[in-house]
Design a protein around this ligand. Structure first.
Ligand SMILES: Cc1cc2nc3c(=O)[nH]c(=O)nc-3n(C[C@H](O)[C@H](O)[C@H](O)COP(=O)(O)OP(=O)(O)OC[C@H]3O[C@@H](n4cnc5c(N)ncnc54)[C@H](O)[C@@H]3O)c2cc1C
Length: 510
């Protein structure tokens, strides 16, 4: 049977990137379809590190508490020696939260749990994954894309305005577009598997044979499951037996202390590590995100995080363009996310070299809190006479605590949460602010504003002088910091984002 359907955005691939984009579009009311060729949700733990910046994204998407409840913190590393002794160490740098950075420790959540929480959120917003549906072809024209999807009931033709390929490292969409995926094969092959295993405690990530690629093996207890994630490098060539018997023999050959009994294998994979980056992220009305656009070794726990943040960058831009913003806004997706992925490839590959010699430490550089888009055309340059401040347009917007005029403490992240833009105006007297409009929330901060800034802490964090405005993007990055007198520049910028106002600036009541 051949059926026909239409939607605004067709998302191919329901991994972390596809689910995040579907949630972001759903909360903006953008009609979309999310398809995956798998018959049922992916069952493996593979990308299990959730970095602090991704935790902030999860707060905005309304899932942070569920995500924490689904996982746990990284356990200490226990390095076992051949003589049966061991030493514990903490490979992850643990840092307590601050007002500006409420999440500073990576979380450990098996990927199947992360995706389950995201699917639950999508369902709350009225969406769902259509499993068992494979994108097999597409053609685009000036107005949209016509996609062919093979499913259990036959072939479906889906007409959409944009197609997004979040279809993993072997991306069909990328190959159909003939976009090159240059990079290198890193000469490392590994097993990753989720095991039901007896003989190890669950209070540590057990490692053996560190620094020896022929002997290394590690078992990480996956929080809130009874599974361990096995990781081990293996020879580049040859078959790998991933059955219970095969993996038991593999463990016995490497874990010389013995005493480990494998009861079951929930999921297992053998894979070769690559570092590759797509030449382009966009071809007309078709875009790439996640592993479809970049792949890299798992060292540093960056893959899933970077993929998910691709979607978070793309969601608001797609929605804005569909609502009438200039198409050029979509070009800033590649402009911002491709250099970010290039940097992440270098980081993960450098950590892989250290892991080979048993010398890997993971600190702030993997947290993704310092990533931003200062280089982007969306970062509105400060006027020449403005004093230098630490925080600049393009930077991640820090959290802070304000006090509402009604007396309640309010976090900046509470003001940012949701699909809108946010304008914070530091003002203590009457002033002319941009007119209100859909998609923009304006908050006055100052002595007689809607919010007070105790000890001028927010002003210090953001580098705000009296009369300054700070415009924050829907994805939580500073777009502009400028004086209220620069209202015309701000208006022009907002119009480019699809937020033009028919009204004149409003006088704020004193
Ligand atoms: C073996 C392995 C181990 C890993 N370990 C780690 C780790 O330790 N830490 C880490 O951060 N990252 C790790 N990663 C990477 C991490 O899992 C990925 O970065 C992350 O899953 C990327 O998410 P994604 O949504 O872009 O793609 P994926 O999760 O790959 O999802 C793509 C989806 O697209 C679907 N699809 C593909 N083609 C089609 C089609 N034609 N039609 C419909 N659907 C299609 C697939 O079925 C799949 O569900 C690992 C990856 C692998 C493969």
């Amino acid at each position: 049977m051949n059926t026909q359907a239409s939607t605004e955005v067709l998302i191919c691939g329901a991994g972390a990137a596809g689910l995040t984009l579907a949630i972001d579009l759903a909360r903006r009311g953008v009609p979309q379809r999310l398809i995956d060729k798998l018959p049922a949700p992916f069952a493996g733990s593979r990308g299990k590190g959730i970095q602090p910046r991704t935790q902030e994204v999860f707060e905005d998407l309304g899932v942070i508490d569920r995500m924490v409840a689904a996982g746990g913190l990284y356990p200490p590393q226990r390095l076992h020696r051949a003589d049966g002794t061991h030493a514990d160490s903490q490979e992850i740098v643990l840092a307590p939260p601050t007002v500006q950075e409420p999440y500073r420790m990576p979380l450990m959540v098996p990927q199947f749990r992360t995706e389950a929480v995201l699917r639950e959120r999508l369902a709350e917003l009225g969406g769902a994954v259509a499993y068992g549906r494979e994108l097999t072809g597409f053609v685009q024209d000036a107005d949209g894309v016509t996609a062919t999807v093979a499913g259990p009931d036959g072939v479906e033709t889906i007409r959409c305005r944009y197609l997004v390929g979040g279809d993993g490292g072997r991306s069909f969409v990328r190959r159909a577009l003939e976009i090159d995926f240059p990079g290198q094969t890193l000469g490392v092959r590994a097993i990753v598997a989720d095991l039901e295993l007896d003989g190890l405690s669950r209070d540590a990530w057990h490692r053996f044979g560190e620094g020896d690629m022929n002997r290394q093996i590690s078992f990480c207890p996956l929080p809130r499951t009874d599974l361990f994630q096995l990781q081990a490098p293996i020879p580049l060539d040859g078959d790998v037996d991933l059955s219970v018997a095969g993996l038991q023999a593999f463990i016995d050959a490497r874990w010389l202390a013995g005493g480990l009994t494998l009861r079951g294998v929930a999921w297992a994979s053998a894979y070769s590590m690559n570092a590759r980056l797509a030449d382009r992220y966009r071809a007309g009305r078709v875009l790439l995100m996640g592993d479809a656009a970049h792949i890299h070794p798992p060292t540093g726990g960056q893959g899933l995080n970077t993929s998910l943040q691709d979607a978070y960058n793309l969601g608001w831009k797609l929605a804005a363009v569909l609502a009438g913003a200039p198409d050029a806004l979509l070009d800033t997706y590649e402009e911002e996310r491709r250099p970010t992925a290039a940097g992440m490839l270098g980081l993960a590959t450098g950590l892989l070299d250290k892991a080979k010699t048993g010398d890997m430490k993971r600190g702030r550089e993997v947290h993704q809190l310092d990533l931003g888009y200062r280089f982007s055309s969306l970062a509105l340059a400060a006027s020449a006479d403005r004093p230098e401040t630490a925080l600049k347009p393009g930077d991640r917007a820090p959290d802070g605590v304000l006090r509402g005029a009604a007396g309640r403490p309010t976090r900046v992240f509470d003001l940012l949460a949701g699909p809108h833009w946010t304008l914070l105006a530091r003002t203590t007297g009457p002033t002319r602010l941009p007119a209100p409009r859909p998609g923009l929330r304006i908050h006055t901060v100052g002595e007689d504003g809607a919010f007070q800034d105790p000890d001028d802490a927010l002003a210090a964090t953001y580098g705000l002088a009296e009369g300054d405005l700070v415009l924050i993007r829907p994805d939580g990055y500073v777009a502009a910091i400028l004086p209220v007198a620069d209202g015309a520049r701000l208006e022009a910028y907002l119009a480019e984002m699809g937020l033009a106002s028919a009204q004149t600036p409003q006088a704020r009541a004193a």
